[in-house]
Design a protein around this ligand. Sequence first.
Ligand code: UDX
Length: 442
Amino acid sequence: MYRVSVIGTGFVGLCTAVCFADRGYKVLASTKYKEKASLVNQGIIPFHEPNLSKVLKKAVRSGHLRAVLGREEAISHSDISFITVGTPANPDGSIDLRLIRQTAEEMGKALKEKEGKHLVVLKSTVVPGTTEKVVKPILERNSGKKCVEDFLLCSNPEFLREGNAIQDTLHPDFIVIGEHDKKSGDLLEELYRDFHEGGVPPIIRTNPPTAELIKYVNNSFLGTKISFINTMANICEKIAGVDVRNVAEAIGKDHRISPYFLRAGLGWGGSCFPKDIKALVAFSKSLGYEPNMLETAWKVNEAQVEHTVEIVKNKLGVLKEKKIAILGLSFKPDTDDIREARSIKIIKKLLKEGVTVTAYDPQAIPNVRQILGEKIEYATSAVKCLRNTDCCILVTEWDEFKRLKPKHFTENMRHPILIDGRRIYNPKSFSEKLDYVGIGLG
Ligand code: UDX
């Protein structure tokens, strides 16, 4: 069995590491942060992700996973390394490859001392060309070795979703291998065939720039699909008796469209769609092509925030001194991640209008507090959040919010106006009891 190391212990790195360990591989997770290494080695996860804690504890207890400081030990005691460090955005939206460059340099130095052929796999999301034009020369320069002859190289983007990361890693829809050369691809395919023994997903083998682009295209397509249905939702809202949910359900039956990612609402956030779509726009422009469709998908997404605030204004008139409840702060349920969350954008707009905001989220309050501090009030439950408010905006569809009944709103709010930003409530029964507005409901 190959020994695996994972460079970077962020979301993708940690999930990759624990899943390989869970399948019986010896895994070293390399981090530069002492506290992080210590947390991982105690089986403590640094962020909220369903099932991750259980799998991590098991992996650490069984001795299959260990976090180590720096890159050297990880490289020298493994055969295959996955690079999973972050690729944030520059202020202009283009990708910031500083961490990738730094990691390749450190890995190159570690490879210098290493005997045997190591396979380096770039999992971080990067623009086409990065594996071959950035990572490869840095590895070669710092190791004094040659790719193919002395070490192997692949690009291998990941498609896991937050909130579902373990399941997605263990059972992906497909695997993309962008091989620098056939030997590199063969070895990575062998690893994955062994990992998924009994249920190997389709494996697509291609060259590195194609693999790198596939990741962006995947996310851009999904983001565009959501912006498309949100555009339809806004049309539906203008036609009495039409509900975008019915429209989406119908077109979703057409197998060419599929029912997924057709949930209209407040739009997309998170650590991937916004960053990746922006990066692809910037990359495309750098090549001299204006990707109008992607820019429109982005604009539509941003406009959903404005649209929501407009709905509130239509309902309440002047917003100054009104009190508004926000249910849900994370960018989607089952995570405490608030990167590009619609909640923060909506709250900031409401605060500008002089609104008093009270918010509740089962997991994300500590993260929001770091950004908004005491500019808003934080409730300790959904029902408490509703108390004495003039309007409620449901921003994230956590399961516990789905259990709220009309009486929870009517009995607690000063004015029971509910804007269902994720369409989780029954429009008929809620409209009978309170002033209910659903995104995409005419
Ligand atoms: C996404 C991709 O799905 C994943 O393949 C990639 O690796 C990382 O980016 P993630 O950001 O974790 O995963 O969440 P996802 O479930 O895709 O949702 C992204 C955003 O789209 C969320 O804000 C969600 O609320 C929104 N969304 C999703 C909709 O508004 N409507 C939908 O129908 C689906």
